[in-house]
Design a protein around this ligand. Structure first.
Ligand code: ATP
Ligand code: MG
Length: 404
């Protein structure tokens, strides 16, 4: 995933590989333990069956799992609460970081037939019974939905808890419980990302932050919110004194943070991301949304589209990048108390939507077009785009622990 990340230097020929900014031995795995990541011999957090039951749980969590030994981890977790994916990051005593990911999605299946329940248990499918309903959680819900030609439901939309989804809060709680496991000590700190306010959609950051924080508190953690773009600065710009521009290009939104020596000077988000591209490609091409997503995620190169559908993907990508950059310029010009950046600044792009081929090049091209008020040193892709925010949140948690 990370080997072909690009690093565009302004005024110089492009370099083929990204520069690693933080030395970090690294293990990535799915929380369902399928071993689709690099695979660690033992999970760093206990499976949900081991989790301490949070107070007043509305339903029973039934997740088949084998017990794991108590993890040897440093205190403090990072958590990326995203529209498409939830990721947790934890650091072992040896300094290695374990990242776990789960899709932020679920699928309701008929609860009437008890055979369904027995079968799910037998197959090791993660599910919960909530009130009188059965819900399959995370990646498995996605696989099942694809198999049966139906759509998953999603607790979040455009970066925030979905107002249209009434089961959003309990479902998020189940998935987070599975992902994080119990705290290593009661009240362990977890830094979780929240989006910046959107410039193009009214959304309630206070409500979102309060609800997610409340879920984490019920799970036994002490939550602290961190701005999503700021988390990218922590994970990717350690080698630049945490100074530069971090952009998280997600499913529901793009989050931008301009920071000077860790301090955010400008933060904002736009309520457009990978979902927005899928939605438009689907509409103009007359194809299902899932098909548009599949096309976008499978080897499209923004610099060399091969089909009409791919051309549509490129068009919306360019439009979105240009939209974000024009707004960045405007925000920067309107902001007060901007610090004096003494050197050209580094731009890092991360998030699933930045993983398409040619993204860094197109981002750099569009950036050159807008005559940005600061000199830019270059644009590079995050080493591990999907995990960047979770890792940055973990760094913020570790720094907070060191300082306390
Ligand atoms: N290889 C790929 N090429 C292009 N897009 C991809 C690829 N892999 C995943 N994506 C897209 O990345 C998006 C998910 O990215 P990510 O996990 O960073 O979002 P998120 O953090 O959950 O959302 P947000 O931050 O907006 O709330 C989806 O739109 C998905 O289609
Ligand atoms: Mg995100």
């Amino acid at each position: 995933m990370s080997s072909d990340r690009k690093n565009i230097r302004f005024g110089q020929p492009a370099e083929p590989a990204a520069t690693a900014t933080i030395p970090r031995p690294y293990v990535q795995q799915h929380s369902n333990g399928n071993g689709t990541g690099n695979g660690s011999p033992e999970p760093a957090v206990a499976p949900a069956a081991e989790a301490a039951p949070a107070a007043a749980a509305p339903a029973q969590v039934i997740i088949p799992a084998t017990p794991a030994p108590v993890p040897q981890v440093r205190l403090g977790r990072g958590l990326d609460v995203g529209t498409a994916n939830l990721l947790s990051a934890v650091q072992g005593l040896d300094g290695s970081v374990t990242v776990k990911r789960e899709r932020n999605a679920f699928l309701e299946i008929p609860a009437t037939a008890s055979a369904n329940r027995d079968l799910l248990t037998k197959l090791g499918v993660p599910y919960v019974q909530h009130r009188d309903k059965l819900f399959v959680l995370g990646d498995m819900s996605f696989d099942l939905a694809n198999m049966f030609g139906t759509e998953v439901r999603r607790p979040m939309q455009d970066g925030f808890l979905s107002p249209a989804e009434r089961d959003a809060i309990p479902i998020m709680r189940y998935i987070l419980e599975r992902l994080l496991g119990p705290p290593a000590v009661q009240g362990e700190s977890v830094h979780f990302c929240v989006p910046a306010e959107s410039i193009d959609k009214e959304n309630d950051t206070v409500y979102h932050e309060g609800i997610v924080g409340g879920i984490l508190r019920k799970l036994g953690y002490t939550p602290t919110a961190i701005n999503e773009g700021h988390a990218v600065i922590y994970s990717e710009l350690g080698d630049h004194d945490y100074t530069g521009i971090g952009v998280s290009c997600g499913g529901g939104m793009f989050n931008v943070c301009v920071a000077y020596k860790t301090i955010p000077a400008v933060t904002f988000s736009v309520a457009r991301g990978g979902d927005w591209i899928d939605q438009h490609v689907s509409k103009v091409m007359g194809i299902p949304r899932t098909r548009a997503t599949a096309i976008k995620e499978s080897n499209v190169n923004l610099l060399d589209p091969q089909t009409r559908e791919e051309e549509a993907v490129v068009l919306y990508y360019r439009n979105l990048i240009s939209y974000v950059l024009r707004n960045l310029k405007q925000r920067f010009e309107l902001a007060r108390d901007i610090p004096q950046f003494t050197e050209p600044v580094e731009v890092v792009v991360s998030g699933g939507t930045s993983m398409v081929g040619g993204f860094v090049e197109v981002f750099a091209e569009e950036l050159l077009k807008i005559d940005f008020p600061l000199p830019i040193a270059g644009v590079r892709g995050a080493e591990d785009p999907l995990a960047s925010v979770a890792r940055g949140s973990l760094i913020a948690a570790a720094l907070a622990n060191d300082g306390s």
